[in-house]
Design a binder for this molecule. Structure first.
Ligand SMILES: [Zn+2]
Length: 260
């Protein structure tokens, strides 16, 4: 089957009816949406995608999968893919896509992914997006789940991101994280709990951060276009207060999933 017809199928396979039930109290795991499907999180460093991913995971009972964790896990367990990846890491080279993808496909075959899963750090480029698309289309995870992926893109203004990232300070003694702009310590520069001098991470300087943000931006533009053209992209305004960001995220996922 050619790519075009497969894409058409996917687009024609749009979900369906969405029932919004109003309930006085929500269960811890949302039973209303049984098949959440794949959720792909996009957002610059500091945009809060990790926070949202944790909330989605708790609410829908689906795992949060980051390629960084997968890589560490495979290397630690010494899997064939992990050993292969290690050779690249030892040489200070990037681990090639096919190895990451192999680890990801092994992970997605586990039963806890049947209802859906949340991806962070994948896909990073169009080639990976295509790989993911074909695997999902071939029913390679959870045979019952026919929900196409939903991509949640959390956008935060550049200056706010800079502030969030450059304002970060941590306590070397207890590990507590502060932000001099949004969550300052009671006494400037000192930990509330133990009075230790707060530290700034070396890679939290403005120059390094703006490079990271630019790199992120150029990476995501084609991905957003790819998923946007397929009607799978939901833009969430990450400048809003946390509860509103969460509400918008959950609404998008609830609409995407198969209601029962
Ligand atoms: Zn401390």
């Amino acid at each position: 089957m050619g790519t075009d017809s497969a894409l058409r199928d996917w687009i024609n396979n749009e979900p369906m009816e969405v029932r919004t039930a109003s309930r006085a109290s929500k269960p811890a795991v949302d039973q209303e949406v049984c098949n959440v499907g794949p959720v792909i999180m996009l957002g610059a460093p500091g945009a809060g995608k990790g926070t949202q991913a944790k909330l989605i995971s708790a609410r829908y009972g689906i795992p949060q999968i980051s390629t960084g964790d997968l890589l560490r896990d495979n290397v630690m367990r010494g899997t064939a893919l992990g050993q292969e990846a290690r050779k690249f890491m030892d040489r200070g080279e990037l681990v090639p896509d096919n190895l990451i993808y192999g680890m990801l496909s092994d992970r997605l075959k586990l039963a806890d992914c049947n209802k859906g899963f949340i991806l962070e750090g994948f896909p990073r480029n169009l080639a990976q997006a295509e790989l993911l698309y074909h695997s999902l289309h071939n029913g390679f995870f959870g045979a019952d789940c026919k929900v196409p992926p939903i991509v949640i893109s959390i956008a935060v203004d550049y200056n706010s991101l800079l502030q969030r990232l450059t304002g970060r300070r941590s306590c070397p003694s207890c590990g507590r994280i502060y932000n001099i702009y949004t969550q300052p310590p009671k006494t400037a520069g000192l930990c509330d709990l133990d009075g230790a001098n707060l530290m700034m991470r070396r890679d939290d300087t403005e120059g390094v951060i703006s490079d990271r943000l630019r790199a992120y931006e150029s990476m995501t533009v084609p991905l957003k276009a790819y998923y946007g053209e397929r009607g799978r992209l939901v833009n969430v305004d990450g400048n809003q207060p946390l509860e509103q960001v969460t509400a918008a995220t959950m609404q998008a996922i609830g609409k995407n999933g198969n209601s029962v």
